[in-house]
Design a binder for this molecule. Structure first.
Ligand code: NAD
Length: 371
């Protein structure tokens, strides 16, 4: 197979994360072709040039359509703000490229549907950046649940909190615009939803409250602008098999930096995990009850594949960017027709539907069943 030609649109937080993954995937896994970093697009031409030099891309442009038209590009990483995902991903798919698009799919549900339609029509691989399902620890939790290590699961609590919008005097930027989505729901809740989907399947019904802690924010150029979406959301959910769940998302939670705290309660035990301590989780098994009761801390180790591809020593730990490297390898496997573990546009649309049902439930003040 000839090396995959890579195009990268956007070079911010996630753009760099994708670039690191494309650069590292061969060194970490060995069993994939080294990708060819062909073309990079960034809104500003000078920035595009300097980022291309830093990330190792051959060409730079400020016109993302030129990247899509480049015959050397086989896969497009879309890492721009949410409101650009649909147009860019659809154009890439229509040009016959595979697409690796950051979450969420699109602020408008109809746009997300168009993205799936374009993916189906193209026959290309189209997946979303839901990196947290790639954690070897999360894979091990899935195995334990499959083996009924905590019995039949009946209740789940998940919280996603960060504090990058906790300062009321933080400048207004695209994340507070309605055009980027509902706020905490699209920005945050989709991540816990990807974990719930990975471990248990899709959500069946929801009822939601949403929170807007600050009415407006200062503009960099002076004056203030009204905040258009909600920084917090609290959701009650029903999953298949009678599992009840609670999801809380807050991007204005001082002190929380990357918390995705997941508690899974079963008939024979419990599991507790927090993304801020992504190299461990806690396991309580009722059968172990003796004179000493409490959770056991399990550390990430080479037995939790593919941790072993990064480090031979247990307990040394992977990082956030490593999850993207694993996701990148899964994508390359999917492109070469091998089994892979990814959130495709197909499953992503169902996550989007859950988010829109949550917003609808908030506006209509009632439970919404998700078909
Ligand atoms: P960012 O603001 O850091 O980066 C976005 C980049 O896109 C900027 O460099 C901007 O100049 C560029 N850009 C904007 N319009 C462009 C255009 N027309 N052509 C080329 N470049 C353009 O944003 P971010 O935090 O990296 O978020 C980007 C996406 O990644 C969002 O959809 C967000 O939801 C998602 N995200 C995912 C995760 C994750 O864990 N998977 C984490 C953070 C963000």
């Amino acid at each position: 197979m000839k090396p995959l030609g890579i195009g990268l649109i956007g070079t911010g937080y996630m753009g760099k994360c994708h670039a690191l993954a494309w650069n590292a995937v061969k060194a970490v896994f060995g069993d994939v072709e080294r990708p060819r970093l062909v073309h990079l697009a960034e809104a500003n031409a000078d920035l595009a040039k300097s980022r291309a030099a830093e990330f190792g891309f051959e060409k730079a442009t400020s016109d993302w359509k030129a990247l899509i038209a480049d015959p050397q590009v086989d896969v497009v990483s879309v890492t721009t703000p949410n409101q650009f995902h649909a147009e860019m991903a659809i154009a890439a798919l229509q040009a016959g490229k595979h697409v690796w698009c950051e979450k969420p799919m699109a602020p408008a549900y109809a746009d997300a549907e168009h993205m799936l339609k374009a993916a189906r029509a193209s026959g290309k691989v189209a997946v979303l950046g839901y990196n947290y399902i790639q954690n070897p620890v999360m894979r091990h939790i899935k195995t334990l649940i499959g083996e009924a290590a905590i019995g039949a699961v009946n209740h789940i609590r998940v919280e996603m909190d960060e504090d990058f919008m906790a300062d009321p005097e933080g400048f207004f930027y695209w994340k507070s615009e309605l055009s980027s989505g509902y706020g905490a729901l699209d920005d945050f809740a989709v991540h816990p939803l990807s974990l719930l989907w990975y471990l248990f399947g899709h959500v069946e019904a929801v009822i939601t409250d949403m929170v807007k802690p600050f009415a407006d924010r200062p503009l960099m150029e002076g004056g203030r602008r009204a905040v258009e979406n909600h920084d917090g959301a609290n959701v009650l959910m029903r999953l298949g098999g009678g599992i009840s769940a609670v999801l809380m998302a807050n991007r204005a939670a001082w002190g929380r930096k990357g918390r995705i705290a997941l508690q899974i309660f079963g008939s024979k035990g419990s599991i507790a995990y927090d993304q801020e301590r992504m190299n461990e989780f806690e396991l309580y098994q009722a059968d172990d009850r003796g004179t000493e009761q409490g959770f056991r801390k399990i550390l990430a180790a080479p037995a939790h594949r593919p941790y072993d591809r990064f480090i031979p020593a247990p307990g040394h730990g992977l990082g956030f960017n490593d999850l993207k490297i694993i996701e990148c390898r899964e994508l390359i496997r999917a492109i070469s027709g091998q089994p892979s573990s990814l959130v495709t546009f197909e499953d992503g649309l169902r996550i989007e539907r859950s988010v829109h049902a949550m917003a609808q439930s908030f506006h209509e003040r009632r439970w919404i069943e998700i078909g």
